[in-house]
Design a protein around this ligand. Structure first.
Ligand code: A2P
Length: 279
């Protein structure tokens, strides 16, 4: 049987992103190489890393082991606050491209806004320049609040393709999702399965639905992300879970079950505050 492929979404600047990919934090180079190669066999085409994860070399090796054409892969990475400058972003790109062993990056993100440093508008202008040069196919942000995004749009007139934020049923980010939708920005969820601070997959609401649908708790939660129109990157180093996490495109959740899961939302105070935290 051939591996399931995720459906895709068209981004504002013309690139096409798979709706589900592999997250790689926290993996070492060795773990990332294995997991990425495994994921390619399981049907994954989107891979998410960051300078800060220190595994871009391993992700790049895994991509080459996978043996697909470069054009069939979608590689996302992110840069740290030391590169927030119009010309510095090109250097961040060059470092990531070299570590990954790629000629272009599909999606490059500002990892955190770091408003204390107040140079994310310059970083955004640097990304716009990279897009124009063809070194990236799409540009975006991560952990930006609507106020940060409004500022970069006002300063440059250019809207991000993607904002990747902490998002799962326990931290549902309704206002951010609505803001993104108004601007045509795709919302991408990190820690889609709940992360370390909340055992979402053991919540009785989730396990009850999993029993009813005859699916795993993770599959039900990942389906919630799909029903909301999100792109998401669950992390797993385990071959069975890597395969199970993408095997979700043959069922749907009923609207009332989507709403039940959304009812687990603990509000914005449960999310990392990107006005205070970042690197
Ligand atoms: P593992 O790598 O052992 O599979 P998130 O992406 O929300 O941060 O979650 C990642 C965590 O969830 C990792 O600890 C990962 O562990 C675990 N995980 C990933 N997929 C599944 C799954 N299908 N069932 C249970 N746990 C999972």
């Amino acid at each position: 049987m051939s591996a399931p492929l995720a459906p895709t979404e068209r981004l504002l600047h013309g690139a096409t992103i798979p709706r589900l990919g592999l997250g790689t934090s926290p993996m070492t180079d060795v773990e990332a190489e294995k997991a990425v190669a495994e994921a390619i066999q399981a049907g994954y085409r989107l891979f998410d890393t960051a300078e800060n994860y220190r595994n871009e070399v391993g992700v790049g090796r895994g991509l080459r082991v996978g043996g697909l054409d470069r054009a069939d892969l979608f590689v996302t990475t992110k840069f740290n606050k030391g590169w927030h400058g119009v010309d510095l972003v090109e250097k961040a790109w060059a470092g990531s491209a070299e570590r990954l062993g790629v000629e272009y990056i599909d999606l490059l993100l500002i990892h955190w806004p770091n408003p204390g440093q107040d140079r994310y508008v310059d970083a955004w202008q640097g990304l716009i320049n990279l897009l124009e040069s063809g070194k990236v196919r799409a540009i975006g942000t991560s952990n930006f609040k609507p106020a940060h995004t409004e500022r970069i749009i006002a300063a440059t007139g250019v809207v991000p393709d993607v904002n990747q934020i902490q998002l799962h049923p326990g931290v549902a980010r309704t206002a951010a999702r609505e803001f993104h939708a108004r601007h045509g920005i795709v919302t991408e969820s990190w820690s889609p399965l709940g992360g370390e601070s909340y055992d979402l997959l053991a919540d009785p609401v989730v396990t009850g639905l999993a029993d009813r649908y005859g699916r795993t708790p993770a599959q039900v939660v990942l389906r919630w992300h799909m029903e909301l129109g999100l792109v998401t990157v669950p992390k797993s180093s385990n071959p069975e879970r890597i395969a199970a996490n993408i095997d979700i495109f043959d069922f749907r959740l009923e609207p009332e079950d989507v709403a039940t899961l959304s009812g687990l939302d603990k509000g914005e105070q449960a999310a990392f505050d990107s006005d205070r935290f970042g690197h």
